[in-house]
Design a protein around this ligand. Sequence first.
Ligand SMILES: *Cc1c(COP(=O)(O)O)cnc(C)c1O
Length: 484
Amino acid sequence: MKYVSTRTDRSQINPSQAIIKSIADDGGLFVPMNFPPLGDLSKLIDLDYRELASYILKMYFDDLGDKLNIIVKKAYDQKFPEEVVKIKETNAFIMELYHGITHAFKDMALSILPFLLKASLEVNGDDKKVLILVATSGDTGKAALEGFKDVDGVRAMVFYPKDGVSAIQKLQMISQEGENLNVFAIKGNFDNAQTSVKDAFNDKEFNKKILEKGYELSSANSINIGRLIPQVVYYVYTYLRLVQNKKIKLGEKVNIAVPTGNFGNVLAAFYAKNMGLPVNKLIIASNDNKILTDFFETGSYDSNRKLILTSSPSMDILISSNLERLLYHLSDGNDKKVAEAMESLNKDKIYLWDKNYDDLIYANFADEEDVKDAIKSTYDSYKYLIDPHTAVAVSVYEKYKKETGDDTKTIIASTANPLKFPDKVLNSLGIDGGDDDFEKLEKIGELMAKEVPENLSALKDMEVIHKDIIDPSKLKEEVLRKLK
Ligand SMILES: *Cc1c(COP(=O)(O)O)cnc(C)c1O
């Protein structure tokens, strides 16, 4: 498999090189030159999660070869993939993706990315160390820290918006142990963090300085193809489980509803569809930052607006990076058109696109009131708790059903454990949780009839290790300082 940039650089590179580089020299994102077919789905039905992951990853990362078997074994050594499907009502199936170590779906990809990166370096005979810069809206940061902790030859630095993550998300990051890790609060929002990181990537002078220190830059954000492809697996896996449980027939089309921020998760569903997974509509759910809803409705991507802080912070994003990949695929690889759109976004914060996606996509948003209603009604009906991100998707799915009357069976991605967002969850249920975050956790645990996981309750007594607060304009300076 070869990868090319979404923009005008025509070089074709190997999977391992795309994983290491993360971003193309022209600022574009790497995309596979074709979508390998899944083949006969009935032959995949008996595969466990690891086997299916090996099967799919080998098609995309063929130059890593048999290393992938070992990688997949190491990365998915936890029980979470087995718990993926939870069936709630006849036509909507909640796919719980949050059973990894940090309790958000980012674990599904970030538990494997470090291994992919190491193997990529080996394949290329590259003995440089890797410096991973991560901009996070809350969950990527912690999942990357866990994934890269004490991994040989890798240094990871995480940047989170100072007031833009939940209290639990923040505690998870600032208490992180690991010799090779740094965490910074950024004065600004996620977009500021992401833009500063992208700027560092594109800064030749900065890259030279990093190289002089023996490091090569790479990214753990979903711009990295090594993060995106592992996310394809759970859509296929969940579909096959539904077939196995006789909830759908083999070949029956399903809708997939995804709470969306940087467009990585839903793009993976789009890849699965292109590989032959029977998918009807992609239902793209946004919070009050409804730039994607507006885009899919009007064809105008207009980021001239203020970022709103919501109860689903991991979706508080205005520059949705992976949309660039969708546009590339939808325009049959019209890289010139994509490059022009991205240049316009950079310069004027807006671009226009012809609406060639109506058959594929339904997009809508849920405001704070909708989120509250979705959490409450889901709990009242099923005694089942969902987090605010998942609630955005549930609410938008309800809107979709009401508007279209489409009763196609639908997989809803549940992206975080409700325990990570105790304030909004309790508030939605009309429960006074008091002032103490950890008492709130206990309350939610009771409602879920589950023990609060040890690594969340222990946050209470963890030492704060990372105290740096920096201006986004100082990011490169700080990185160089820490590397000393
Ligand atoms: C990252 C995240 C999202 C958004 O996923 P994207 O791939 O950025 O669209 C949604 N929910 C949670 C809990 C997340 O951590």
